[in-house]
Design a protein around this ligand. Sequence first.
Ligand SMILES: *Cc1c(COP(=O)(O)O)cnc(C)c1O
Length: 399
Amino acid sequence: MNTQEIIKKADENLLHTYNRYPIVFDRGEGVRLYDHDGREYLDFCAGIAVYALGYGNKKYEDALKKQIEKITHISNYYYSEPLADAAEKLTKAAGLDRVFFTNSGAEAVEGAIKAARKYAYLKDNACDHEIIAMEHSFHGRTFGALSVTGNSHYREPFEPMIGNVKFAKFNDYDSVEALVNEKTCAIIMETVQGEGGIYPADREFITKIRKLCDEKDILLILDEIQCGMGRSGSMFAFMQYGVVPDILTTAKAVGCGVPVGAFLMSQKVADASLVPGDHGTTYGGNPLACAAIDTVLDIFEEDKVLENVREVAPYLEQKLKETVEAYDFLKEERGLGLMRAIVFDTDKKKPGDVVKAALSKGLVLITAGTDVIRFLPPLVITKADVDEMAEKLSAALSE
Ligand SMILES: *Cc1c(COP(=O)(O)O)cnc(C)c1O
C-alpha cells in the first residue's frame, strides 16, 4: 500500500476521534522517525512524552524479545519475576512504598481516586467525600479521570461526571484552601501541567498544599504521567520541590512504548485503603509490561539519562528563549527540564499552523492548551539535535 491508500483505509474504518496529520510513520531510530516514503523527521514529541529512550534502544528491544519468547501474560492471581523486579525498581525510583500496575495513565488516575476515597471512607464510613482538582488540568478520558480534568469542554458532553469534585486555580493557594472542608479526601494535580499548556507548579504553592494536606489528613495525589520519569531532570518532578505525594501516578515514559501505567502510594495510605477485592486489572502488570518497566529503569541508570536531561535542558531553554526574542508573535518560553513551551500571540500566528509547517520541514512538534507549542523530546537528545530543531523551528516560524 502507498501512503494515500493507508490513510484512506484507516479513515474508512477508524472512529473519527482524531484529526490526524496526513503522515504514515513507519519506523524510528534514535531521535528520528521515518515515514512510509522514507522521509526523515526529527522527533520533539516522542509519542507524547513516551519514547524517553529514543527509538531502537537495543537493550530495551532485546529484553522485550526475550520476554515474548518466554511468556507475555499470566494473571494477577500469580507472581512473575518481571513483576517482582519492576515493583521493586519503580517504588525505589519514586521513593514510595507500594505500587499497582495499570495499562494506561487514565487507569492510574482511576486507581488513585479510588484509593483516596477508600482511605477517607475507612475513617468515617461516609460516602460523600470531595476531591479538589485544578483548572486547566488533564488527567485522562475515562470517567474518574475526566471528572478531575479541569477543562469543561472535555467534560460537558459526557455529564454527569463522578460527583463531589471542585476546581481550584493552579498556583493559587487561597483558591484551594477556600474549597477545603471536612469532606475533602484528596487534592489532585500535575506537578507540571502538560496538556493545559506546560505550567510548572510554584514551589510555594506545592509546599503550602503539602502542609495543608498534612494538617487535615487530606491525601495529595500528584499526576506525573507526563512530567515524571526523568523529564524534569529528576526521576519525578516532585523531587525538585522537596515535597512527597501520598499517591503518585505515572505512565507514558514508564513503558517507553509498551502501554503501561502505575499508581504508587506511601505505606500509610496502603495500610488504610485498598484491600483484596477492591481493585483489579486483567493485563496490568503482566510479564511483558513489567519487563519493559524493569528494563527502562535499568537503562535510565546505566545510560545516565537524568544527567543528560540536566545537561541538555538548559541548552534547549536558551535556544527557545532566543527564538522567542526573534519573533514578535511569540510571547514567552517556560517549562521544566525537557518539558518546555513557547507561547503564541494567537491573533498574529496559530501554533497549529507552525506545527504543520514544521512537519513539512521534517520536525515533529505538538501543541498544548490554546496558545502553545510544547517540546517533549526523547530524553537522550544531544545539543546538536537541539541546534537542528531550532533551525527547523525558525524556518517553520518564518513561513
Ligand atoms: C497523558 C496523560 C494522562 C492520561 O494518560 P493515558 O495513558 O492517555 O490514559 C493523564 N494525566 C496526564 C498528566 C497526562 O499527560
